[in-house]
Design a binder for this molecule. Sequence first.
Ligand code: PA5
Length: 472
Amino acid sequence: MEIKPITLDVSAAFAAGTGLTSSDLEALAPQLEAARNEVCDDAILWRDGGPVPPEKQPLDAGFIDLPQRLLHEYREKREHSEVGRILATARRIAGEVDRFVVLGIGGSYMGAKALFDACCHPYHNELSRGDRGGRPRIYFEGNNIDNDAAAGLLDLFEGADPGKLDQRWAIVVISKSGGTLETAVAFRTFLAKLREQHGGDLSKIGPLVVPVTGESGRLFDLAGAIGCPDLYHIPDGVGGRFSIFTAVGLLPAAILGLDIVALLEGAAEMTRRFREEPAASNPALQYCGLGELWGRQVEAYIRVLSVWGTKLEAVGLWNDQLYAESLGKQGRGALPLTVVNTRDLHSRGQQHQEGRRDKLITNLIVDTQRRDPIAVGVSDLDQDQLNELSDKTMPQIMEAAVAGTNRAYELDGRPTCDLHLPAVNEAALGQLFQMLMLSTVTKGHLMGVNPYGQPGVEAYKQHMNAYLRGKE
Ligand code: PA5
């Protein structure tokens, strides 16, 4: 399949007054390439089974070659491969139910949400089954402990008749550790509802629950007790926020009918470019290098991902989590922030234009829209004075907004760069997710911070558990 590349244009970051120059980025190339080589060596170390030196632990470098490995296995073994099995489960679930809930938190749901928002109809859940292409509606829970949010979703399933396709529902429960409290509590609650509606018959419930988890743990044990016929493993060495190309992201995406092979092909192509291309043309290295310069030269630590389109907001939030959990360690790490434009020009634009000079802005721009362009059109009610723009379309207005905003920032010496997606589709998103993951771990190598693991998150869990169990 021909993959249209995503492209990164960093030239506007070097406008007068930004404090950054293109020669600084060029001078950084040897360090970027050395860090890239270390990342690639880590992938080999992980593949060969170690031994992993203590300073590299944990080493979750399994994500780097995962897309290639999955594609290779799929081509060799088809329905007996991981991708083949995921596609079969997805077809079965899509055929048997009209709604499914994804239970998971952090890296165990954000990728699926990003793919859903970006690729599906913006009102997917409101459409008829036919208009959804026979694919079920999707809901997300277990990503919080919000009583009323969970109760609200349970309301939707209240009284569902399992004999009727349009009322049947299923659960995809995702937790690598299998012990995360938020997800576990939600699973118990939703499982109880499903059980009640199927007269407590576990043999009927098992096929409607698909767990995605590690190779042992509480969720793994629970899956065995329920008798779930389909169970997916998150491989060792692929951390939560790096797991979008495992069943964590692929299974919900496949249930929704997304092209997961194209997604993996996009990701594999980005890994190839990361390995082979020099820093000057390597998007992951350029992106990483610009962030590094922003910290080093200007000592500024806010990274804004400015997504130009509502459907990319969850992609931005996925990236916020990736960056923050990977690099926010040892008293270091920049603050990642997603803004959705033009929406947030009306809430944050003032500060980005005239506030502290601590923000590096990356525009995530979509070059082609999926739907026919909507034109302003002529109206006999021209009090809004839009007739003079009657031939303009929404994509043209968006283009003018991007150009106008970039120009305003440039004139004020505010650094920006443009990351272009040829379209919002699986192949482009595969490249983007992999680029951001590779760039983040490369940045970790430059900073001397292990990007894997999230030791700091354990502290809240321990205290929360201690309070709940009366030990604190
Ligand atoms: O990136 C990570 O590892 C985390 O965000 C985890 O995905 C999150 O804490 C959920 O963990 P688990 O999948 O074990 O429930």
